[in-house]
Unconditional design. Structure first.
Ligand code: ATP
Ligand code: MG
Length: 388
């Protein structure tokens, strides 16, 4: 029988805080997500007390795992800091349920610093880029996966982080069903697929379950996937961002030490307005915009190969010029891309000699040029060296 939230809470009541208080009474727990035997929640404490709380987190995880029907437990220890100053924030006084989303507690204008100035990078990872869009459903995840594979084909060791914790798509797009193994008790080993090193919250929590996250949980889940995963040595990590430019999105852009962002848009006016917002958002937090990709740019008839510009193709190129950012390329709306993508067989990996793979590889090469700060002559990129 599946475990209930009440059973989890009862187990947590037996775990003591560093000052001997029961965990439930200590008012540090977030909402507890219990889904199909998988449990996820966070413990939010004062940054100064983190060390003392680490054994409590371990004890909480162990207590939850011991509950009948629990298959896995992921407990994040969150310490809130005022970004930029490094000063510890006061612990959350309110019960978790009434706490405001993290982004509201950190208005963007208070700390518009480059993300990597505020947060240290991940050891072994040379560069992190985000693939983002202002609007949902424009093909961000599909583009992110194929760009990552394109970068792999350029000779780089590439990782992918699925930061879309509301609707993780990497398990599906890369046909990953296995669960990550733990190393040394509390670190996770990412999954390897098509030569990419991959982590997604979807590996831990059923992707069909609608996710209801509070702001601090979003942050702790992302932070945990960045810092408590054995990424190993990566030349570049490609982050598939959730859609939108909301507060949570903005906070995430600030939390992840980003070298730059690739904005994906479709050519329609409405999507372009959202793309403009996306560009503005990254600029506001001093994350360089590496450029814009126009996805579903034109329709390529699968039977006759005739091209039709059904959405008024070219809008994203014009918009990129207008915004003073690079145009990285256009990807056609094509059945093969959709079918392959949705079947977990991304075109760059499974049809490397096809026309679509070439388009994505060219985009990947342009992304790399942008990261390195200008056009490069050759197709095969050397190891990227990026100044801090
Ligand atoms: N160039 C393309 N041609 C055909 N279908 C595409 C193309 N790009 C993406 N799709 C399809 O469009 C759908 C949405 O794509 P995807 O999940 O990548 O978008 P997204 O922007 O990441 O969405 P969300 O905002 O929900 O995260 C998927 O079914 C995908 O296969
Ligand atoms: Mg997506």
């Amino acid at each position: 029988m599946a475990a209930t939230k009440e059973q989890v809470l009862a187990a947590l009541a037996t775990v003591k805080s560093p000052v001997g208080e029961g965990l439930v009474d200590a008012r540090v727990l977030s909402d507890i997500v219990v889904s199909d035997g998988k449990v996820f929640f966070s413990i939010t404490v004062n940054a100064a007390d983190v060390k003392a709380w680490e054994p409590v987190r371990d004890a909480a995880e162990a207590a939850v795992r011991a509950v009948a029907g629990v298959k896995s437990a992921l407990v994040a220890l969150t310490a809130e800091r005022a970004a930029g100053s490094g000063a510890a924030r006061a612990p959350q006084p309110a019960p978790a349920a009434t706490a405001k989303p993290a982004a509201r507690q950190h208005p963007p204008h208070q700390h518009a610093h480059p993300a990597d100035k505020v947060h240290p990078g991940i050891p072994g990872v040379d560069a992190i880029i985000a693939v983002a869009s202002g609007k949902g459903g424009v093909g961000k995840s599909t583009t992110a996966v194929n760009i990552a594979l394109g970068l792999r084909d350029l000779g780089l060791k590439v990782g992918m982080l699925d930061a879309d914790i509301y609707g993780p798509s990497l398990p599906k797009l890369l046909a990953i069903k296995e669960k990550p193994q733990t190393i040394g008790g509390n670190r996770l080993k990412p999954i390897e697929r098509y030569g990419l090193t991959v982590m997604s919250i979807g590996f831990l929590i059923d992707e069909e379950t609608p996710m209801i996250w509070r702001g601090p949980m979003v942050m702790s889940a992302i932070t945990q996937m960045l810092r408590e995963v054995e990424w190993g040595k990566l030349d570049i990590m490609v982050v598939d961002m959730p859609p939108g430019t909301g507060d949570a999105q903005l906070t995430m852009a600030q939390q992840v030490p980003l070298k730059g962002a690739v904005i994906v848009s479709t050519p329609q006016d409405l999507a372009l307005i959202d793309a403009r917002r996306g560009v503005a958002m990254f600029k506001r937090v001093n994350v360089p915009v590496l450029g814009v990709v126009e996805n579903m740019s034109y329709f390529l008839c699968p039977s006759c190969n005739t091209r039709s510009d059904i959405f008024g193709h070219g809008g994203a190129h014009k918009e990129a010029d207008r915004l003073g950012v690079a145009f990285l390329g256009e990807v056609p709306l094509h059945m093969t891309i959709r079918e392959k993508s949705d079947a977990g067989l991304p075109v760059v990996a499974t049809e490397p000699d096809g026309p679509h793979a070439k388009i994505y590889r060219d985009i990947a090469a342009r992304v790399l040029e942008q990261i390195k700060g200008g056009p490069s002559s050759g197709r095969v990129a050397p190891k990227i060296v990026i100044e801090a």
